[in-house]
Write a protein that binds this ligand. Structure first.
Ligand SMILES: Cc1ncc(COP(=O)(O)O)c(C=O)c1O
Length: 431
């Protein structure tokens, strides 16, 4: 059953007989009943701050849900007020969870809002967050600069850590306090190192198996999800998304989501009800449109990336291409990839021979690819992390992470692959 609090739509069917429907099919109608909206094929955008109750007793019952007086983790039986819920957001949440076969989902006004509210819902002073590194810079900032002001500690480990290393990390974290959350990001940006979620889950069971409640594992799945990686299947409890990237997919909105275990999502919903941060109805509607083409867009971007990376790898002015499709056979990273991923994605690192001057000449010569940060859009984007997104990272950490001046981050879009190769070839000629 769905989480919805809308007037009951027709039963939400995900099968025809024994045949399970693919999420790509369900994106066109799941969770919306046209009969409840004048027969409109598409959901209208519900621009309202508040919803009218039929009876005073309904209002009371709904508030008992929102405030947690009734079970359901802050879910009301009906629509109440647009800081808590709304039809567009609930249809979006219903559809998002289908991609990972998840129990529940919540949407937010940005990826960072989703991450911040997740942390605030789960951690208390004295607690410890165990996290993989590197993380998206703002996620690291919340942990080591903001939460640390409230007496929350952290222990980090490199993204590619082995089971033995993870056991040692868990033991060290336990000594510091109650481990409230294990927070991962895979692949890490810009190293592309994958986290072994199965190993993290096994290390958690070994370290905390006798506790009443295991610390939840949340993982930022923005780079490969929801098509190429489904970490809930490897033991994660929550998949974290910046919907701004592949899910939104057109570089025209900012939003975020958490998808996964109902027990964890319920705690976060209680916090979102209080703090706000829900995705707005207009953005939710745009995301519903984006979801209809999600698989098409990601498939095409992935196919383009293979062609572009194969061209770049053999070019004499290229030092290295950090792309998940080129992992060394037999390496532990290739092993994690085989167990966790169904495609290498379309975001990768290009290391040119030379330094900043060469990188800038390349970027300035691009004609199809746009010189901009972000990823996952229909258009190809390219940027220089050392001079842009990671400018404030201390020099030694940049070195350790391979964020060198000759590094270019590229997110491949859905243009014609031969046109993209021509663009990169021409730009390399200008270096
Ligand atoms: C991996 C990752 N997680 C989270 C975020 C934050 O998302 P948003 O910009 O939607 O807040 C980003 C943004 O670039 C990201 O790349």
């Amino acid at each position: 059953m769905s989480d919805t609090s809308r007037r009951a739509p027709k039963p939400l069917k995900t099968t025809i007989g024994d045949h399970a429907l693919n999420p790509a099919t369900l994106m066109m109608g799941y969770g919306f009943d046209p009969a409840l909206s004048e027969g409109s094929l598409k959901p209208p955008i519900f621009l309202t701050s508040t919803f009218v109750f039929e009876k005073a007793a309904d209002g009371k019952r709904f508030f008992e849900g929102i405030t947690g007086k009734r079970p359901g983790g802050g879910t009301a039986e009906g629509l109440v007020y647009s800081r808590f819920n709304g039809p567009n957001q609930e249809i979006l949440e219903d559809r998002l969870r289908l991609w990972e076969d998840a129990e529940s989902a919540l949407t937010f006004s940005s990826g960072m809002t989703a991450i911040a509210i997740l942390f605030f819902a789960l951690v208390r002073p004295g607690d410890v967050i165990v996290h993989s590194g590197p993380l998206y810079a703002a996620s690291e900032t919340i942990i080591n600069k903001i939460l640390s002001q409230f007496g929350i500690h952290y222990v980090d480990f490199p993204a590619g850590a082995s089971r033995e290393e993870l056991d040692e990390v868990m033991a060290r974290a336990k000594q510091k306090g109650r481990v409230a959350l294990i927070y991962l990001e895979s692949p890490a940006n810009p190293t592309n190192a994958l986290v072994d979620v199965e190993a993290v889950s096994a290390a958690r069971a070994a370290a905390f198996g006798d506790a009443d409640e295991l610390p939840p594992i949340a993982i930022d799945n923005t780079f490969l999800g929801p098509l190429w990686a489904k970490p809930l299947a490897q033991g994660a409890d929550i998949s974290v998304y910046s919907l701004t990237k592949y899910v939104g997919g057109h570089s025209d909105l900012v939003a975020g989501a958490l998808v996964g275990s109902r027990a964890v999502i319920d705690k976060v919903r209680m916090m979102r009800n209080v703090m706000g941060g829900i995705c707005d109805p207009n953005t939710a509607w745009m995301l519903l449109r984006s979801l209809e083409t999600l698989e098409l867009r990601m498939d095409r971007a992935g196919e383009n990336a293979i062609k572009v990376c194969e061209f770049l790898r053999d070019h004499p002015k290229v030092e290295k291409v950090g792309y998940l499709g080129f992992l060394e056979e037999g390496s532990s990273q290739a092993d994690i990839y085989r167990r966790h991923c169904t495609g290498p994605g379309s975001t990768f690192s290009l290391y040119l021979k030379g330094g900043e001057a060469e990188a800038f000449r390349f970027l300035d010569a691009l004609q199809i690819a746009h010189l901009a940060v972000s990823l996952g859009g229909t258009e190809t984007l390219a940027s220089a992390p050392a001079a842009m997104t990671h400018l404030s990272v201390p020099e030694e950490r940049k070195q350790a992470l391979g964020i060198t001046p000759n590094l270019i981050r590229i997110s491949i879009g859905i243009e014609d692959a031969d046109d993209l190769v021509a663009d990169f070839s021409n730009a390399l000629d200008q270096v």
